[in-house]
Design a protein around this ligand. Structure first.
Ligand code: NAD
Ligand code: UFG
Length: 347
């Protein structure tokens, strides 16, 4: 049974991926500082694991702490090695992701995202663990004008958050090039992950006021927030609102497992991979589908454009299909339904 370290495994994407890892017979070691999650949420992950199969609980280990703390990371790798259960790979989610905050506090983003990854690589080298899946982002493409963006598009981020992701990708490529017979690295460029586990037991659970549109819509629908502001209705799109490529978090989780298995089973390599559906949905369409699918009201008004936004960003996901046979299966309606179920369970 292979043991995988999941940094930030108590967050939105990390929690769903950890559940799928457990279901695929991996042992999962989560490290999370709770900077954007909570201990309660970890209890939910355990409840879900138990509901799926009580044996899964024996295969999940949690460490509370910050990945920038090298001693903590070393302790995790050492403990596993001493138990005779080496960590064979890392899925690295831990990081900060709010674009607006990154514009106000760039140093914080370089510290959490870049330094965090730097420390992780140092410790992975030391413990001879050289398989890594990194949470990159479509944000690295900046203002690409391509109708569908492929991995070959120029990397040209437009905010500090995006710069940290692009710099980490470059850093990881340098690490790979230095020992290309040892490292296996995939940088997964996610588009816009939304939705939740179909049980409603886990989902996106950001601390404080959400930055992303989907948890915001949910909190408006449940009455926690009065109304949604749609940032701009004068964009160069069919209805004037921005277009994004929304992807169900469970399809994304599956993409991680396939990437991990691909890396573990093949020769060493470095890959950048888009994970998106290839389908664009406008903000207005998303709000309307959410309302219709869930029979709820989401009051909104139009506001000024948000600094740093772009009109349209949609994935060319052909490479993930040809390399991994990965194809997202869930529709935008299912994303809205699952997300709302989670919001209602959470309250
Ligand atoms: P999230 O905030 O829900 O999860 C991140 C988790 O990492 C949180 O539980 C947080 O407490 C933890 N964490 C953060 N810094 C840490 C540190 N230094 N040490 C230990 N734990 C730490 O975010 P998410 O949506 O699950 O995103 C996961 C990753 O995917 C992030 O790196 C993010 O930049 C990237 N990403 C997210 C999106 C998105 O829209 N959700 C899109 C593209 C890329
Ligand atoms: N939006 C609103 N009102 C809100 C919040 C968002 O109208 O209250 C709009 C935005 O203007 C944008 C769309 O909803 O047009 C999506 O915005 P999000 O903040 O949910 O997502 P972004 O596309 O800005 O960025 C997200 C993640 C990044 C990631 C990127 C990849 O936040 O981490 O997707 O495409 F890099």
């Amino acid at each position: 049974m292979k043991r995988i370290l999941v940094t930030g495994g108590n967050g939105f994407i990390g929690s769903h991926t950890s559940i799928v890892l457990l279901q695929k017979d991996y042992e999962v070691v989560i490290v999370d500082s709770f900077i954007n999650s909570s201990r309660n949420f970890y209890e939910r992950i355990k409840i879900l694991a138990k509901r799926i199969d009580s044996n899964l609980l024996r295969r999940i280990i949690f460490f509370e702490g910050d990945i920038r703390d090298k001693n903590l990371l070393e302790g995790i790798f050492r403990k596993s090695a001493n138990e005779g259960k080496r960590i064979v790979g890392v899925i690295h989610f831990a990081g900060l992701k709010a674009v607006a905050e990154s514009l106000k506090e760039p140093s914080k983003y370089w510290d959490f995202n870049f330094i965090g990854t730097f420390r992780l690589i140092e410790v992975m080298e030391k413990y001879d663990c050289r398989t890594l899946i990194f949470s990159s982002s479509a944000t690295v493409y900046g203002c690409s004008k391509d109708f569908l963006i492929s991995e070959n598009a120029a990397v040209n981020p437009i905010n500090p958050y995006g710069h940290t992701k692009a710099a980490i990708e470059n850093f990881l490529k340098n690490i790979y090039d230095s020992k290309s017979d040892k490292w296996r690295i995939a940088c997964l460029r996610y588009f816009n992950p939304i939705g939740a586990h179909s049980t409603g037991l886990i989902g996106d659970n950001p601390n404080g006021i959400p930055n992303n549109i989907f948890p915001f819509i949910n909190q408006v629908a449940i009455g926690k927030i009065e109304r949604l502001e749609i940032f701009g209705n004068d964009w160069d799109t069919s209805d004037g609102t921005c277009i994004r490529d929304y992807i169900h978090v469970m399809d994304l989780a599956e993409g991680h497992i396939l990437s991990l298995e691909f890396l573990l089973e093949n020769e060493c390599r470095f890959i950048n991979l888009n994970l998106g559906t290839g389908i664009g949905t406008s903000v207005l369409e998303l709000v309307n589908i959410f309302q219709e699918e869930n029979k709820v009201k989401v009051p909104f008004n139009y506001a000024d454009r948000r600094v740093g936004d772009i009109a349209r960003i949609v994935a060319d996901n052909g490479f993930a299909y040809s390399l991994l046979n990965w194809k997202p299966t869930k529709t935008i309606n299912e994303m809205c339904k699952d997300g709302w179920r989670w919001q209602q369970v959470k309250g």
